[in-house]
Design a protein around this ligand. Sequence first.
Ligand code: KIV
Length: 272
Amino acid sequence: MSTQADSKPWTVPALVEAKRAGRKLVMLTAYDAGFARAMDAAGVDLVLVGDSLGMVVQGHDSTLPVTVADIAYHTAAVARGLKRALLVADLPFQSDATPERALDAAIALLQAGAEMVKLEGAGHKLEVIRFLAERDIPVCAHLGLTPQSVLKFGGYKVQGRDAAAAARLRADAQAVAQAGAALLVLECVPSPLAAEVTAALAIPTIGIGAGPGCDGQVLVLHDLLGLDSGHRRPRFVKDFLAQGGSVAGAIAAYAQAVRDGSFPDDAHSYAS
Ligand code: KIV
C-alpha cells in the first residue's frame, strides 16, 4: 500500500496525517539523481541526503569530515531525480553549532532543493531547532545513536539501554517536538523504548535500528544493496538486493516490507 496517491508530492503536513492514519513512512538515503529517480519510481516517501555520504561515498571512517558544500552538491543532484518523495538533507558536523550557523547552512540546503533539514541531538540544539522552525524551515531531529557524537560515545553503540539513558531519551524526544521538529529519526534504540516514544509523540518517528514500533523506517542505500562498507555491519542492516533481484526490485521489496511491518523483524532490532 502506498502512503499517498503516487502522483501527489509529499508535503511536511502530510507526514503527520500519515502518522494519524497509521500509514508507515518509507525513507532511504540517496546521493545522486539516478538512485533518487529509482526511489521515487518505487514509491519511497522520503529521501535523505545523509552525512553518511562521508562514509559510504567519500570513504571516511566517520561523518565528521562532511561539509555543507558536500551535502548541498549531493542534494542538488538528488533533487533533480525526485518528483514525489520529500527531500531531507543533513546539517553536517558543527554546521548547526549555533542558530545563526544552522540558518546559513539550512538556507544553502533548501536552495539546493531540500524541503527539510535534519540535525542531531537535543540540549543546546533545541534552541537551533526552535530558531529554524520559527523561520519556517522544517526540521527533522535525530536522537539515539547520533553519529556526529561518535568521539563522545567512543564508538557506534546502542543508546537508551539503562533507565537513566532511556529517561533522557524520552525527555529529549518531547523537547525536540516542542521546539518545533516535524519529524524524528531514532537510531539504535531498543525497540520497546522507540515504540514508547513513538506512541507519546504527535510527530512521526523514523527508525533505524529502533524496531518495528516506529512510524517509518530509513536505511542507508549501500546497506540496502548489500555493499561492503568496510565497517562492521550493524544488526539492523538488511540486504534487499538478494530478495529483490535488481536495484528497482530491492527498493520495492524494502518499501513493501516496511509497509507490511515485516521489516524490521526481531533479527534486525535490539530488544534491550
Ligand atoms: O546520515 C545518514 O544517512 C543518517 C541516517 C542513517 C538516518 O543520518
